[in-house]
Ligand binder design. Structure first.
Ligand code: 3PG
Ligand code: MG
Length: 397
């Protein structure tokens, strides 16, 4: 982490700290339904407050077009207060007089949360006037929101050019976990890539094949690879126009001596619904009317044995239609195996991406993995090897 400026490089006492958080959490009827992002952020907020700084939380919430009460951060600010067990004053604007007055009245150690930055179009445009209005409120900028660092927005990237800028502890932990995986991994390094579409993960597959020793393909995207191997996949979700791409990926992998692991058996059903009557079948014998909805037990065994001979795992995307029982089985069993190997000190395991986190949460393994990122798009861009603007700007030059 030496390449980034962190809180170890600054004395925050008495300073107004603009702390970019990702408070973009699921809220149902005014109640935060998954507070994982807030739970992770809590200690990072209190550390800065306890050092005698004035903490000014900045975040977007949803994708509002202009000011829209449905996207107010007010209920989220209340949840932050609840999690850190301290008062967090909510201020219903993020720039201008209201915000300036609120900041001017703060004492050292106080925490306030400003309203949704995306209420202003200048946020997503990274508009210099808007950035300057935000910058007026703080002495230093701390980015603690990896999950939105793929956006070059005013509150993620712009501010870092105007104010002294640092990585917060949550972002730091995330970057440190990632470093262990793709930058300096213990080998063999294996990646699991699942999910529905190859088309949305082409960059990712390309980048991973340069880095990993073994690539395990799961989810509906495996169906297109099976089709590319000449197998019949019945009514399974496939991308026929990507068969040639899948063939090229397999040929490139072979030339580069990378191993690609595909399912050898599958759980198939004729209906795409929970508890649909299903059977286990070798991937050579999928019926015309059947759909592949999960990997079968022999495939699970195969993946588990790959994990057992690997030292590092990076995982994005579930194996089957994990949101429907019993088609979550493959994902759950592999998650359990990865978690146990990690707990035994035999595997470093990092996972991320929206669906992946939901699947690993459902499997109850999050606490036993090395690191599970709450980032969706940012995690994917990182896996694709792309530079994230909100992170790059914190790099020591
Ligand atoms: C997320 O939840 O993925 C981040 O907060 C980014 O949100 P966005 O995709 O609306 O930019
Ligand atoms: Mg997103």
């Amino acid at each position: 982490m030496s390449a980034f400026r962190t809180l170890d490089h600054v004395d925050v006492k008495g300073k107004r700290v603009l702390l970019r958080a990702d408070l973009n959490v699921p809220v149902d009827n005014g109640i935060v339904s998954d507070g994982t992002r807030i739970d992770r952020l809590g200690p990072a907020i209190t550390e800065i407050a306890d050092k005698g700084a004035k903490v000014i939380l900045l975040s977007h919430f949803g994708r509002p077009k202009g000011r829209d009460q449905k996207n107010s951060l007010k209920p989220v600010a209340a949840e932050v207060a609840h999690v850190i067990k301290r008062p967090v004053k909510f201020v219903d604007d993020c720039i201008g007089e209201t915000a300036q007055r609120a900041v001017a009245s703060m004492k050292n150690g106080d925490i306030i949360c400003l309203e949704n930055t995306r209420f202003y179009p200048g946020e997503e445009k990274d508009d210099p006037t808007f950035v300057a209005q935000l910058a007026k409120l703080g002495d230093i900028f701390v980015n603690d929101a990896f999950s939105v660092s793929h956006r070059a927005h005013a509150s993620t990237e712009g501010l870092a050019h105007l104010l002294p800028a640092y990585a917060g502890r949550t972002l730091q932990a995330e970057l440190e976990a990632f470093e262990k995986v793709l930058d300096k991994p213990a080998r063999p390094l294996v990646a699991i890539v699942g999910g529905a579409k190859i088309s949305s993960k082409l960059d990712l597959l390309g980048h991973l094949l340069e880095k990993v020793d073994i690539l395990i393909i799961g989810g509906a995207m495996a169906n297109t690879f099976l089709l590319a191997q000449g197998k019949k996949v019945g009514k399974s979700l496939v991308e026929p126009n990507l068969v040639a791409t899948a063939q090229k990926i397999m040929a490139d992998a072979k030339a580069a001596k990378r191993e690609i692991v595909l399912p050898v058996d599958a759980v198939v059903a004729e209906k795409f619904e929970a508890l649909a009557p299903s059977r286990v079948v070798d991937v050579d014998y999928v019926g015309d009317q059947e759909m592949i909805l999960d990997i079968g037990p022999r495939s699970v065994e195969q993946v588990v044995s790959v994990l057992a001979r690997s030292k590092t795992l990076v995982w994005n995307g579930p194996f089957g239609a994990f949101e429907m029982e019993p088609f979550d089985n493959g994902t759950v069993e592999i998650a359990e195996a990865a978690a146990e190997l990690t707990k035994a000190g035999k595997l470093v395991s990092v996972a991320g991406g929206g669906d992946t986190v939901a699947a690993l949460n459902a499997a109850g393994v999050v606490d036993r993995m090395t690191y599970v990122s709450t980032a969706g798009g940012a995690f994917l861009e990182w896996l694709e090897g792309k530079a994230l603007p909100g992170v790059e700007v914190l790099r020591v030059k």
